[in-house]
Design a binder for this molecule. Structure first.
Ligand SMILES: [Zn+2]
Length: 241
């Protein structure tokens, strides 16, 4: 090896040493940085199935007025039928249906403490319309979405699914034109997490749909369940607004 080569190597080594002794570039730190960049031992082992915070789907069902008041009440000639009882009958059956097919579902009261920042794959609040006789058209069901959601199109799709499936199963007509502010500004929409798709459904009118609401809770619950499944399974529905 020539002297000039030796000189070059020595100069290079000296430069390296200088770099290492500069503040912030101590050899130990540098080697740590380098070794950690190539250290695979700290990478977590892949685990199958991948653990997730919640592996199963969760659906919240509010039994309208439960835990608070009776809601609309029918006159004695209509057996004093109470809205809260209709709602509860349907909500309990929807919950059982969903649990039966492996979906976690929980029943919530009207002003349930759990509604605050509630996180779920869907929230459906079940109500029924007034028992006052209004006119011959006061029959059928209504559905309104929570549009204050971060993804309002999700609530809208849940609405479309419920509207399509509930109509198909119960043969009831969609009562368009009377979606009230009570529905669109439903209190729970402002309490739940903005990530939870949510809707309120009025399953029928206590007056003209009396027999269906009183005697067919299984049918009504089946309609609501099919609507929820349609949403969760991303089934195609004709967009209706
Ligand atoms: Zn109600």
């Amino acid at each position: 090896m020539s002297l000039s080569w030796l000189f070059l190597i020595a100069a290079f080594a000296a430069t390296l040493f200088t770099a290492w002794t500069e503040p912030g570039m101590l050899p130990s730190e540098l080697s740590e940085t380098v070794s950690s960049a190539f250290d695979f031992s700290s990478t977590p082992e892949p685990q199958w199935p991948t653990p997730t915070p919640r592996a199963r789907l969760l659906v919240g069902i509010v039994a309208g007025h439960s835990g608070n008041d009776s809601g609309a009440v029918c006159p004695p000639e209509l057996d004093n039928l109470r809205e809260v009882d209709v709602n509860l009958n349907v909500a309990e059956r929807v919950r059982a249906n969903l649990i039966g097919i492996g979906i976690d579902a929980e029943l919530l009261t009207e002003f349930d403490d759990r509604l605050k920042d509630y996180r779920a794959n869907a929230l459906v609040s079940i109500h029924a319309d007034s028992c006052d006789y209004v006119n011959p058209q006061a029959t059928g069901f209504k559905v309104a979405p929570a549009l204050s959601n971060l993804y309002p199109e999700q609530s809208q799709r849940l609405t479309n699914c419920l509207r399509a499936r509930y109509g198909e199963v119960t043969k009831m007509l969609f009562h368009s034109g009377s979606i009230t502010r009570d529905m669109t500004e439903y209190h729970a929409f402002g309490e739940i997490s903005k990530l939870t798709p949510a809707v309120i459904i009025e399953v029928g009118f206590l007056n003209l749909d009396y027999k269906l609401l009183k005697d067919q809770p299984d049918l009504l619950a089946n309609g609501v369940t099919q609507g929820i499944i349609c949403f969760l399974k991303n089934e195609p529905v004709v967009p209706e607004n």
